[in-house]
Design a protein around this ligand. Sequence first.
Ligand code: 3UK
Length: 547
Amino acid sequence: MPTAHVDTFTRDHLPPPNEQPEFLFELPALQFPAQLNCATELLDRQVAQHGDRPCLLAPGMAWSYRELQRHADRIAHVLVQDMGVVPGNRVLLRGPNHPMLVACWFAVMKVGAVAVTTMPMLRAKELAAMIAIGQVTHALCDAALVDELRAAQLVAPTLRHIRCWHETGEGALEAAMARHDAPFVNVDTAADDTCLLAFTSGTTGIPKATMHFHRDVMAICACWPPHVLRAEASDVFTGSPPLAFTFGLGGLVLFPMSIGASTVLLDKVSPPQLLDGIRTFGATVVFTAPTSYRAMAAHRDLLRETKLRKCVSAGEALPPATRTLWRDVTGIELIDGIGATELLHIFISADEAHARAGATGTPVPGYRAEVVDEQGQPVPPRTVGRLRVKGPTGCRYLRDERQRTYVQDGWNYTGDAYAVDEDGYFHYQARLDDIIISSGYNIAGPEVENVLLQHPAVAECGVTGVPDEERGQLVAACVVLRPGYDADAAMIKALQDFVKQTVAPYKYPRLVVFVPQLPRTTTGKLQRFRLRELTATAAVPPVTQER
Ligand code: 3UK
């Protein structure tokens, strides 16, 4: 298949064929042509059929499919003519969920470049690491968030051009867009040209970029949505995940647009704000994490007035109590689904009629899943083992040796411990490793440790997750102070603030426990299970219990 990429960086850094997963294209809907551009399929094709239908809604805004196309086409011209983007270049996108972020994403698809959408809360340090790994050359950014990006650029010189939206003046993206009004002819990309890099930090905190093709974007639209979600063109989607998280990209952009539905993009999505958005816009389909459902369920009267009919939970395990609570309050059975950045979206799930308390569901049509032992042999029913999956999408890390851990013998190993029951339902147990998952965010202990160690008061530290009703897990730090520093509430606050100022604030330790020394093995390794015991049983000063 002829690639459209002039800049062949992503193709050059695909994992070698023998390290890639096996891909399955058994469903009729997964027969893709050799040339495919997902913007043509999801945007331009929809405009041709029903351009005046509402597409993107946001506070004070409503764009039809045609209006989104007009914006995306103008931005595509700016990328090519004003910024010098060539097919295959990596373009970083930074902004809260907003119609302009979606327009920029489609513009990147149209020009045959590679979108690197980043979480709004990331700071310069994390952005610089991503720019370096992805060799990012261009960026489009909400002006309100550009400071951290400019700081990252100082240490990540591959990034040559930044343009901002929500800005006035000659240099603004809006001003440049006003100078281009011709339709844009999409670059004729190969189905297997990479169109996006999605970052995941896994267990070590060293970010990995997963690579996904135009074909992969269309494949996820053909599997879970028609077989499990079964939404309709009249539905109004909304939810909380950022578009940088593939859960959000799929649920809030790709899936609604693949069926001509509309979607509400909210930049503030705490549970009360999400509930407010659901009510104001008459949303019928919502995507969010288990903790958010738990918090929204407290507002029974407000929920009664909504038009919600489908509620999707993913990102972390759904506690059965939350499923029951949500059903009691709303009458709606949650649709749970496990997805992964490596697989792009959900691969095990159950619709409302097939939901089972404590089970994620069964493999989504198009995917196969198994639970195996250490030798890769399938285990008997109700036995805990390692989850492995294959389907039309799968793991391709950009130039990263952890490819050989995630993919073995053609299977994707997600790192989750699962058990299958007699009826073939998959029951989540735990992460096989030590990743902390708090309010749906994956947080790596060692990354937070690395930050804490840079504080002058910290001699040694270990960061782990402790169970929490509301957030799933809390980030907890065991800290050994240097002599001369006081182990008091002020120190706890100082350390928490230090983390918040250095990396994304959600990574800060909500629990801080001072210990005289850390538990270590004879070879010097931290004993994380002991850390967890220490933090779970330690007397917690009141200041750390604030939420
Ligand atoms: C965990 C779940 C139990 C699990 C994601 C939907 O979460 C997503 O991607 P990530 O790369 O994390 C993947 C890991 O998160 N997990 C996700 N969903 C569930 N555990 N029940 C669930 N329902 O450990 C998995 O390996 O951040 C979710 C769609 C797209 C995504 N990227």
